[in-house]
Design a protein around this ligand. Sequence first.
Ligand SMILES: Cc1cc2nc3c(=O)[nH]c(=O)nc-3n(C[C@H](O)[C@H](O)[C@H](O)COP(=O)(O)OP(=O)(O)OC[C@H]3O[C@@H](n4cnc5c(N)ncnc54)[C@H](O)[C@@H]3O)c2cc1C
Length: 400
Amino acid sequence: MTHHDIVIVGGGCVGLSVAKHLADRTDRSVAVLEKEHHLAEHQSGRNSGVLHPGFNYPPGSQKARFATEGTRRMKAYCVEHDIPCDELGVLVVATNDREEARLYELADQATANGVEWEILDSQAAIREHEPHAVGQAALHAPEAASVDSQQYVYTLARDVQNAGVSLYLGHAVTAVRHTDFGYRLTTSNGTFEADYLVNAAGLHADTLAHELGVGEEYQVVPFRGEYYELTPEKADLCQSMIYPTPDPDLPFLGVHYTRRADGKVIVGPNAVLAFGREAYENTQFDLNDLQETLTYEGFWKLLASSTMLSVAWEELNKSYRKEKFVEASQKLVPDVRESDLHSSYAGIRAQLVSDDGELVKDPLFIDTDDAVHILNAVSPGLTSSLPFGEHIAETLETKY
Ligand SMILES: Cc1cc2nc3c(=O)[nH]c(=O)nc-3n(C[C@H](O)[C@H](O)[C@H](O)COP(=O)(O)OP(=O)(O)OC[C@H]3O[C@@H](n4cnc5c(N)ncnc54)[C@H](O)[C@@H]3O)c2cc1C
C-alpha cells in the first residue's frame, strides 16, 4: 500500500498542471497516477495544438479568462522550456452576411476580453494573409499560436517530477473507495491511499466520479475528431490557421486548417460520435462504452433536437465519405483537392452531457470536502491548462 497526501488521477495537461501548482504551494506529498505507459496518449496529445486567445468566449466567463490568460502563460512557458510554439495568428473567415455580422460580435468579445483583432473586409485583404483562403470578410487575431502539445505534456511531467511530485505511469485506477481516512485506490499496479483526491481522468472522469456518487447527473459522451493532413507539396495552401465562423449554438469549431509547430498542415477535426471512449478509428468500438452511451437518456434528449440530428448526420458523412470532408475543407480553401489530403490522426473529446440533454460548454468541476472532480475540461482545455490547473489547486488548498 502506498500513501500520498494528494493523489491526482490522470496525467494529461490538466492533471499535470494541477500537480505543478500544488507542488508550488504545498509541502504535502503529491502523486499522479496515469494509466498509460506513455504520456499524451489521449486528448492532451491528440488535438489541434492551437492556443485560442479568447475572442470566442463571452466576456466575464471562466472560459474567456482561462483562455486569454492561458494563451499568454503558455507562450511564456514554451519560451522558458524551449517547447515549439509559433505565434502565427488565426483568420476566422465569413462566407456570407450572417457570418460577417457574427465576426463583429467576435470582435466585440475580443475587445472586452483584451484580445487583439483586426477585421479584414475584402477578399483582397484576406489574400494578403492567406493567399488561398476565400471569404467576404475575416477576423484576424494575431495572438493565436500553434504549440506542440505532446512536448508540452512531457515538459510539464519533467517539471512536476523535479518539484517532488511522484509520477506513476502504467497505473490504471480500476476502483476507488471513500474510507474513514480518505481514499483507497486500486490500480493495475498496486493499491494507493490518499487524504485528498483530484480526478483529472479526462474521458473516464465521469466513471470515477460516479463510483463515489459524484456528478451522477452528467455523463461523458465521446466525440471523435478526425484529421486529414495536406501533402508536403501542398502545405503552402495554408500559412497560419484558417477557421470557419463558429456557430454559437454548437460546441465544436468546425473543420479548420492548422499549420502545426512542426510545419505540417492538418485539416479537421470533424465531430462524430465515437463508439468507445478510446475508439480512435471509425471501425473500432467498445461494447461497454457504446452501451453506456446508447442507454443514456441525456444522449437521446440531445439527439432529439433537429439541429443536433442534422449536424450529427453531416459529421457522420464527413467521417465515412472523404468527398464530404473535402467539400467542407473547400469552403475555406477552394484550391484544395481530394488528392492533396491524406488521412492523419484522430482525437476524442470528453464531451460532458447532462441528463436533460444539454452539451456542457463550460469547464465544470465538482468539489467535495476532500476531492475535486474535473468533469469537463472542455476545449480550449489545452490553452487554459495553466490557469485552470492553478484554479483547481487553489480550490483543493481550501480543504486542508
Ligand atoms: C480533437 C481535439 C482537438 C482539440 N483541439 C484543441 C486546441 O486546438 N486547443 C485547445 O486549447 N484545446 C483543444 N482540445 C481540447 C484539449 O485537448 C483538452 O481540453 C485537454 O487536453 C484535456 O486535458 P485532460 O488532461 O483533461 O485530458 P486527457 O489528456 O485525456 O488526460 C486524461 C488522462 O487521464 C488518464 N486516465 C484516464 N482514466 C484513468 C484511470 N482510470 N487511471 C489512471 N489514469 C487514467 C488518461 O490516460 C489520460 O492520460 C482538443 C481536443 C480534441 C479531442
